[in-house]
Unconditional design. Structure first.
Length: 475
């Protein structure tokens, strides 16, 4: 940034300038410059409203819009940049406009304040970037669905407390992560409905005595409505905090997925192999292949949660309306956007390219007496109260542990010796239910892990994800 004479949007009642310490503390252009395209977009809409109010002639409007277009071009190419003397994005852009228009550029400030400008700019920025985030979520959902389709019939050990519980379809487990992400997209779409309110026209806090048209500005900028209360409009940062909650929740979900990927890739599990493109090695141990993407996804979740806590803490004690504390709203939001757009493609790539060790999964599926529940439910179908069935199967597991046998290795005689409930019945031997494919197929109710239900989920999720992608691509 080149030095330039300081220009401030305030100062008429001050005899002297700010101290160096205040200037350094006050400046925000180093991070809010990314809002420049949105500030210029709002400036065009404001110029047209000033013209309709009779405050700009047609010639002045044409010159104003031409200068704003040229300034936009210069910002995008890097020809125009903020200087060390610019306090914020609004100051820098007004300087650029004055350089192009002279005193005419000063007319654009009528009827608006940096208070309603920044509230508008941040909403525009977030509404734009949320659709990009949804596109990246769609990519991760699609990767999970693709792997689930390949593994709808792959049996895996389902776990609770990280202990073997019941066999599940590995595709079913992958889709559990996809469903969490679809809720994240739902939250963002619902967030967008509340964020689609324009603060522009609220001025510093009380609106304007000029004959402006906030509703027309709102419509031009793609908002659903103009803010109904000018004080709330400039003070409200609910939209930023709510976005950060959505981002933190996405972070939690990709962290949980990351944790499972780390476990699955370990030598103890060996359920998956991570592609070389999404792995790193060790500087000292040549044999290592580390699932860094999954680990970084876990780590970045803390950053996203911290951003939410930071903004909520800033907001909690602020009186109405605008306070300079609100300058602290942007960096957590920008960091959350950047973090999600950095992490999500990497996780999607890791999931889409990982290789599933089906043989290892299916061999492990019945381990840990995972079919015990199927045995208990067979007894229930025979009329045994579940309490008694649960206890009988528990005794059987203890007998197996003492005798170093698995459930599938027991004979009818050994089963009957433990409990008369396990004697063969009209429905055959209880050993008939002690197989993994049968256990999966039996759980065929809605939401169950039966391969047919997994394929139903896949079909429904593909429709959902297609709808999400279409929303993300709307202009």
């Amino acid at each position: 940034m080149a030095d330039n004479k300081p220009m401030r949007l305030w100062g008429g009642r001050f005899e002297g300038g700010p101290s160096d310490a205040l200037t350094r503390l006050s400046v925000s252009v180093q991070f809010d410059w990314r809002l420049a395209p949105y500030d210029l977009l709002a400036s065009r809409a404001h110029a047209r409203v000033l013209h309709r109010a009779g405050l700009l002639t047609q010639d002045e409007l044409d010159r104003m819009l031409g200068a704003l277009d040229d300034l936009d071009r210069a910002c995008r190419t890097g020809e125009f940049r903020p200087t060390v003397a610019d306090e914020d994005v609004h100051t820098a852009l007004e300087r650029g406009l004055l350089e192009r228009l002279g005193t005419l550029g000063g007319k654009l400030r009528a009827g608006r304040s940096r208070n309603d400008q920044i509230a508008t700019d941040l909403r525009l920025y977030l509404r734009d970037h949320v659709r990009t985030i949804v596109s990246r979520l769609v990519e991760l959902e699609t990767a999970l669905i693709g792997q689930a389709e390949e593994n709808a019939e792959t049996a895996a050990p389902g776990m609770t407390h990280l202990q073997h519980a019941q066999p599940v379809s590995f595709g079913h487990q992958l889709l559990a992560h996809a469903h969490a992400l679809t809720r994240d997209v739902d939250r963002l779409r619902d967030w967008d409905r509340r964020a689609a309110v324009s603060p522009l026209g609220s001025g510093a806090l009380a609106g304007s005595s000029l004959p402006l048209d906030p509703a027309a500005v709102a419509a031009e900028l793609g908002f659903d409505s103009a803010a109904p209360n000018s004080m709330d409009a400039v003070a409200d940062r609910d939209f930023a905090a709510e976005f950060l909650f959505c981002a933190a929740m996405i972070g939690v979900h990709i962290s949980r997925l990351g944790e499972e990927l780390v476990l699955w890739a370990s030598q103890e599990f060996r359920w998956i192999e991570v592609d070389d493109a999404y792995s790193t090695g060790s500087s000292i141990m040549p044999q290592k292949k580390n699932p860094d993407v999954a680990e970084l996804a876990r780590g970045k979740s803390g950053r996203l949660i911290g951003a939410l806590m930071s903004l909520l803490t800033t907001l909690k004690g602020l009186p109405l309306t605008y306070n300079r504390d609100l300058q602290e709203d942007k960096e957590p939001v920008f960091d959350a956007v950047d973090t999600l757009l950095l992490v999500l493609p990497a996780v999607a790539g890791m999931v889409s390219t990982m290789r599933v060790n089906k043989a290892k999964l299916e061999a492990s599926a019945p381990d840990g007496f995972a079919l015990a529940t199927d045995l208990a439910e067979l007894l229930v179908r025979r009329g045994v109260p579940f309490r008694d069935a649960h206890e009988a199967v528990g005794h059987l597991v203890v007998w197996c542990q003492v005798n170093d046998k698995d459930l599938g290795e027991l004979t009818d005689e050994e089963l009957a010796k433990v409990s008369p409930h396990f004697a063969p019945g009209p429905d055959g031997s209880v050993r008939d239910v002690l197989n993994v494919p049968g256990a999966l197929a039996a759980r065929a109710a809605r939401g169950g892990t039966a391969p047919d239900r997994v394929r139903d989920q896949i079909a429904a999720l593909r429709e959902t994800v297609d709808d999400q992608a279409a929303w993300a691509n709307e202009s």
